[in-house]
Design a protein around this ligand. Sequence first.
Ligand code: FRU
Length: 482
Amino acid sequence: MAEKEALLVQKAYEEIEKNKVLVENDPYRLNYHLMPPVGLLNDPNGLVQYKGSYHVFYQWNPFETAHGAKFWGHYSSRDMVHWREEPIALAPSEWYERNGCYSGSAVEWEGKLYLFYTGNVKLDDGTRETYQCVAVSGDGVHFEKKGPVLKLPEGYTAHFRDPKVWWKDGRWYMVIGAQTLNGKGATVLFSSDNLLSWTETGLIAGDGMNGLSDFGYMWECPDLIRLSGKDVLLVSPQGLDPSGHFYNNLFQSGYFVGQLDYETAQFMHGTFTELDRGFDFYAPQTFVDDKGRTILYGWMGITDENEPHQPTLANRWVHALTIPRELNLRGEKVYQRPIDELSMLRKNRIEYKDAELAGPATEFNGVKGKSVELLLDTMRVEFGGFRIRFRGEAELFYDSDKREISLIRKNFKSGEPERRTCEISGLSQLRIYMDNSSLEVFVNEGEEVFSARYFPKPENETIIFYGMGNFSLAKWDLEKMS
Ligand code: FRU
């Protein structure tokens, strides 16, 4: 490792050591989500299964609970449940990445692990430069930087980043998030036969194509995946205006389903669908594991008005990743469900086969806690509203007349209630993952998902049900993962 990089890495380890007690004693520290050891985490990066281990890298600023010159932090696991903190993978030490080793992906080739990432450079006069870079490893832990392999092509501003690389039919492909010269968000396709020299095929989506004349000023973190014989482009557009129940977060993450012609870059696709209907979800990435599952992690956070008001800032850390979700396509809709391995965290099962609500606030004996999985199945909620109140701080509300489901929490800045809502065809199942300061709600086997951070009083463990209806109810405590 070069001297400058070694120095940065050492400073980051010192920062972890210095704040360890403060960070680990935070009552809002999560039990089974990946978090930064100190500082700020954002996007999941480099998701891959390599030599039998799962690897999750993440955007990381060790020195502040704010955005800055990002590192790549690194966790590895044999089962996606128990994680090991690995040595820092990338530190922004070189001229081509001096303002951050920004987001990217990982692939294995000829036994080696290749990381692709964006070298972010901000010059003193305020202009930006962007370089798509590579780092290579033979053990999945120590990386050797190879420097830039792709410079900014013509036709785009320097908002050109987040390479996602994959292999298909004997060739490597890469998509990059871009802004065209007329200020529109877009996704660009490249190909290569050696991972080191790349040829532009063309724009596949955005910038007026497929009727998207006005769809954001920048598209971050693209990911092109294959589900049930269709090509699905995941992307995080910035600059969409709210429209009814849609696009109510500052930035969105969602997908287009279609068919991509890899030769011509023609991607015929349908409309944009949001992946998550909660408050805290952005910049997801996927990988395919050795069982053939397409698994997604998202950043359970977003850069918005709440970010500087998260209470964990006082304890020198902020943000986490979502739990891993397996993706499947039903029709044109991506369904998401927590991966089966998460059941390893379960203990103390409590079950009510015929739970019944008759209006007033109802608590079920033993159904309480901070780190809990709830499964409500065969639900019949046919009249009026149905609510679950979590630890006195957040609420899930289903309006059976309107067939709308909402998540309500307090805005961290104002303390006022805020709500995200979406329409569903009816309510048959809820699978809810509560962690010390997060909620992930999977509706109807993953037809819709709501992810959110929330900060209840640490001693409050109540889970209260209201409304009319019946369902089967199972509850497990979820253990702290090691
Ligand atoms: C998305 C993003 C990426 C960028 C990274 C920087 O949250 O803005 O586009 O590579 O974060 O941390």
